[in-house]
Design a protein around this ligand. Structure first.
Ligand code: MG
Length: 456
């Protein structure tokens, strides 16, 4: 992490605990963040990881040493902490979480006063403080104070309820299975669901920072138990969160797991029915399904680079009310312009209640696409040259170069070719109306990439 003189990745600082992210580094990160804010009021919270308290205390030392007052809230989902920063008029916040990464990882996210993660430019400032050891230490009589702040999860639950029709949802008495990956989603969503009149069955609900139930990344491989449970007990729907509960993946009543594009498209359709002509924000990695849905219901799409922080910031800039990502992140601005798993669950239940349709029926109404992914190894130093070569070859097609190269073909198929920000690989995502076609495209372009790489 330190070799390239960068601290922040796509979503904050991330690393293997006590290898890439140590307590002494974390004190320094706290000092760098505190210096950046300058003697302000900052909220601090953590997810359920075993290293959470150790790192929270290290950050606390750094922050208070620069004169910042720390309001410590303990464990909470990331969206609950983000909401609290705004709700309690804090100057910012720090969250100790590694989101969907395995238990041995942890990380640090910095939140601006509007509840959204800091921008890339702000992160560069914090990095400069860190690497140049540029810290504004407070004198002994001006040190920050550490205070406790309680009740933020209840405030968050109440806020979500103001954005949906509680009565309508409650009438349906939905039976929902909630899988919170033994992490902080368990502190809010089961209670929210009960307050929405649902019967709640929880799995992996006990807080356990070793994550014994499943990996905190909600994907097809990790959600077998949730799918089987929903089916076995005849529940209406299942929902799984990642480790900090900002992303949500849903399972229908038959046990079918849907990736985020499908559920985002449902939310998008119903949002556009109520908000005619609205603009929504989504990264170029999203399915054509999102474009089809926007086209069918008179919505406009603002495409962005991949990354949730980019989506949040773009939403703020153009005053968009909805955003979404294929990995299960839905951003509902009337609540807050950040990914929020519990808010998304409440919206989906409201749609099921208003339409009287099951999740499987809502998905069946959508155009169907097949997605094929693969990666091609590419040394980091050759990535830019390869990008140029690819662009030269496809520049006359219908393309977008917002992030990598995305090509839309005339038969509604597409491919996104994008260099990974973290690994020496190029990633390819092909999509088509038929599985064979998606496979064909991904094969064609991976061989093209390999050929180009040989002549660079
Ligand atoms: Mg997350």
């Amino acid at each position: 992490m330190s070799t390239s003189k960068k601290l922040f990745g796509t979503n904050g600082v991330r690393g293997l605990v006590n290898v890439e992210l140590t307590p002494d580094m974390t004190v320094k990160i706290g000092l760098a963040i505190g210096t950046f804010f300058g003697k302000k009021k900052l909220l601090l919270g953590q997810d359920a990881r075993t290293s959470g308290s150790m790192l929270a205390k290290a950050v606390m030392s750094g922050l208070t040493a620069t004169g910042c007052d720390v309001y410590f809230v303990g464990m909470a989902p990331t969206p609950s902490l983000q909401f609290a920063v705004k709700n309690h008029k804090m100057d910012g916040g720090v969250i100790i979480t590694a989101s969907h990464n395995p238990a041995e990882y942890n990380g640090i996210k910095v939140i601006w006063k509007d509840g959204v993660e800091t921008s890339h430019e702000q992160e560069v400032e914090i990095e400069k403080n860190y690497f140049d050891n540029r810290f504004s230490f407070a004198s002994w009589d001006k040190l920050g104070e550490i205070k406790k702040l309680s009740g933020i999860n209840d405030e968050y639950i109440s806020a979500i309820k103001t954005h949906v029709n509680v009565e309508k949802i409650s009438e349906k008495h939905f039976h929902i299975v909630v899988d919170t990956a033994n992490s902080v989603g368990g502190l809010t969503t089961p209670q929210l669901m009960r307050e929405l009149g649902c019967k709640v069955t929880s799995i992996n609900a006990n807080i356990d920072g070793t994550f014994p139930g499943r990996q905190p990344e909600p994907c097809l491989e990790s959600l077998g138990e949730l799918a089987a449970t929903v089916k076995a007990i005849g529940a209406d729907i299942g929902v799984a969160f990642d480790g900090d509960a900002d992303r949500s993946i849903f399972v229908d009543e038959t046990g079918e797991v849907y990736m985020g594009d499908k559920t985002f498209a449902i939310v998008l359709k119903h949002f556009l029915l109520k908000n005619k002509g609205a603009t929504v924000v989504t990264p170029v990695s999203s399915s054509t399904l999102i474009k089809d849905t926007a086209d069918s219901y008179n919505g406009k799409i603002e495409w962005t680079k991949v990354g949730s922080v980019t989506v949040s910031h773009r939403m703020r800039e153009i005053n968009a009310k909805l955003g979404g990502e294929e990995n299960g992140g839905v951003f509902y601005e009337p609540h807050q312009a950040v990914r929020d798993g519990a808010m998304t669950t409440a919206l989906l239940l409201e749609i099921m209640a208003e339409t009287g349709k099951r999740l499987s029926e809502l998905v069946a109404e959508q155009p169907q696409y097949f997605i094929e992914k693969c990666k091609v190894e590419c040394p980091n130093e050759k990535k830019t040259a390869l990008q140029k070569r690819i662009y030269e070859q496809v520049k006359n097609e219908n393309i977008s170069t917002i992030d990598g190269v995305k090509i839309w073909f005339s038969d509604q198929s597409s491919i996104l070719i994008r260099a990974s920000g973290t690994e020496p690989v190029y990633r390819l995502y092909a999509e088509a109306k038929k599985k064979e076609k998606a496979l064909e495209i991904v094969k064609e372009y991976s061989s093209k990439l390999k050929e180009l790489l040989q002549i660079i």
